[in-house]
Design a protein around this ligand. Structure first.
Ligand code: SF4
Length: 249
């Protein structure tokens, strides 16, 4: 029997299957990104930047020019490439640790400067590769390696609202959205609109994707899916966000 994997053409076919844990959401996010690249016909123009943590495992994922950096520095590296080669499509791919913790200053400044790049942050509510420690996005009461009794918001604050923060500081022409692996068609649409925004030269584009980490959540398939589909949206609202128009600036 032949199994049709229906892989995006922009993926490197020879390096599959991928290296993520079974049930990890990165695969679905990357499928949506690959399909968006295919549909836009931009494979030869893309410069894909991946960060550290589990997003590092994408370093050989796309059949596109690729650069790997560390600790949220993917944004500045892709910014530099984009400024030198404005004809290229710069994509910075990272996790919530790289985007919202150790690299948060880079995200803030790229958004404020309205850099013509696309940033994709995969939010799985923990530091995946290093063993499941509490992250800025860990939900209230959620147990992690470093919050074994559940995240105490009185001591650690509320989960980071990345897209809301970005939408509050970007300028006219930006695109900001939050998708979820529970709706792959929608997440692909959001990523495609972000890339179209960059192609049009409008401004900064940013998409956060709610994703799973069953290995560190210690969940089975059903509980993993329920957590992404039902629990995460209680704190992270899925959809496109309003950004400033010319009048409001
Ligand atoms: Fe995915 Fe979590 Fe495994 Fe990393 S540790 S590959 S985020 S399931």
């Amino acid at each position: 029997m032949t199994v049709e994997l229906n892989m995006p053409k922009s993926w490197r076919q020879e390096t599959k299957p991928h290296k993520f844990c079974p049930g990890c959401g990165h695969g679905l996010v990357l499928k949506g990104l690959g399909q968006a690249i295919d549909e836009l016909g931009i494979q030869d123009k893309v410069v894909f930047g991946c960060d550290i943590g589990c997003s590092l495992l994408t370093w050989d994922f796309f059949n596109c020019d690729t650069v790997q950096t560390h600790h949220g520095r993917t944004g500045p590296v892709i910014t530099g490439i984009k400024r030198a080669r404005p004809d290229r499509i710069g994509i910075a791919y990272m996790g919530d640790g790289g985007g919202y913790a150790i690299g948060s200053q880079h995200l803030v400044n790229a958004a404020m400067r309205n850099e013509r790049i696309t940033v994709i942050v995969v939010n799985n509510a923990n530091y995946g590769m290093t063993g499941g420690q509490m992250a800025p996005t860990t939900l209230p009461g959620m147990k992690t390696e470093t919050s074994p009794y559940g995240r105490d918001i009185d001591k650690t604050g509320y989960p980071m609202q990345g897209p809301e923060m970005v939408a509050a500081i970007v300028r006219e022409g930006a695109y900001v959205a939050r998708g979820t692996m529970a709706n792959v068609r929608q997440l692909k649409t959001f990523i495609k609109r972000a890339l179209e925004n960059q192609i049009a030269g409008n401004g900064f584009s940013f998409v956060e994707i709610l994703s799973s980490c069953p290995t560190n959540w210690s969940t089975n398939a059903k509980d993993t899916w329920n957590f992404v589909e039902q629990e995460m949206p209680k704190f992270f609202k899925v959809g496109e966000l309003k950004v400033p128009t010319k009048k409001e600036e």
